[in-house]
Design a protein around this ligand. Structure first.
Ligand code: PLP
Length: 288
């Protein structure tokens, strides 16, 4: 039996498309052997990458934190245009584009840079419309401690996502769909690939961004909500608030808005604000 291959397209920063089946990296690329590099992932829909500038801003900030050369913004924009021009939007109306900069060869030289477009993972449609069961996992250190430990790369989207992937695997292997990191003292942080948003008495709150990734989806929600008086407040949030939330979501570029249905097996209500947030974030209707 043959299985359909996922569609993937890769472009270099000069705007040329390269065959995804042809190796692109040296075996000693520090992005591969050390996870030493940065990336960012933007949502694409029907030929548009609505939030590209925000992702390039964050890629630049991440590169600065890792002491990498400043990313070639025009080059990434060129690569993304080449991908959106070549993509089959009828076959895959929604996609993500991942932009990567590694430190390059162990022998020195230029960073390795490329952009890659892929359809949304099937699980994302389920997360958006059916919701996610979440397990709380201890990240192992307090949020404020990271401020004085810049080698932990707080706030950078580095390629070292092994721990984040392990946390998601742990959740999947223990009857949930995703994880939610907390500090040892129980302060809520973020998901391994998402930001936490809570409805507390009709007010939207999200954990302070000390040492966690600044979400572009959250920024987009704040910008879209402001004219309607819908605001999101950054707050120090303890895991105990999950016992009294009116709703909770994981938000991120591809998933956009995934309602949390349970935390550690305990049901979380569906917030009356869900439809409004879905409209503000332009979450597409479920597929047929
Ligand atoms: N936190 C982490 C660790 C992430 O990997 C992501 C996703 O990229 C987010 C939060 C959400 O960020 P964004 O909304 O920009 O996708």
């Amino acid at each position: 039996m043959t299985t359909a291959r996922p569609v993937q397209m890769i472009a270099l920063l000069d705007g040329s498309l390269v065959d995804p089946d042809v190796p692109l990296l040296r075996a000693d690329d520090l992005g591969v052997v050390r996870g030493d590099g940065v990336f960012d992932v933007a949502f694409c829909s029907h030929g548009e990458v609505p939030n590209l500038e925000a992702h390039l801003d964050r890629l630049e900030a991440s590169a600065h934190i890792l002491g990498l050369p400043k990313p070639d913004r025009a080059g990434y924009a060129r690569a993304v245009t080449a991908l959106t021009d070549a993509w089959d939007w009828d076959a895959n109306p929604e996609a993500i584009v991942r932009m990567v900069e590694t430190r390059g060869s162990e022998l020195g030289g230029e960073p390795t840079c490329w952009a890659m477009m892929m359809p949304l993972a099937e699980s994302i449609y389920r997360d958006r419309h059916e919701g996610v069961r979440v397990l709380i996992l201890d990240r192992g250190y307090e949020a404020e401690e990271t401020v004085d430990l810049p080698w932990l790369l707080p706030g950078a989207k580095s390629l070292s996502y092994g721990i984040n992937m392990a946390a998601q695997r742990w959740a999947l292997n223990h009857g949930a769909d995703d994880a939610l990191f907390v500090t040892p003292n129980g302060h809520l942080l973020e998901g391994p690939t998402s930001t936490l948003l809570l409805d507390l008495d009709g007010k939207l709150q999200t954990p302070q961004q000390d040492g966690i990734l600044a979400s572009t989806t959250l920024r987009r929600l704040m910008d879209a909500g402001a004219p309607e008086g819908i605001t999101v407040t950054f707050a120090e949030l303890h895991r105990e608030v999950l016992d009294r939330v009116d709703g909770a979501w994981l938000i991120s570029s591809g998933r956009l808005l995934a309602p949390i249905t349970s935390v550690d097996g305990k049901a979380i209500p569906r917030s009356p604000m869900h439809a409004t947030l879905a409209r503000l974030l332009k979450v597409p209707a479920p597929r047929n």
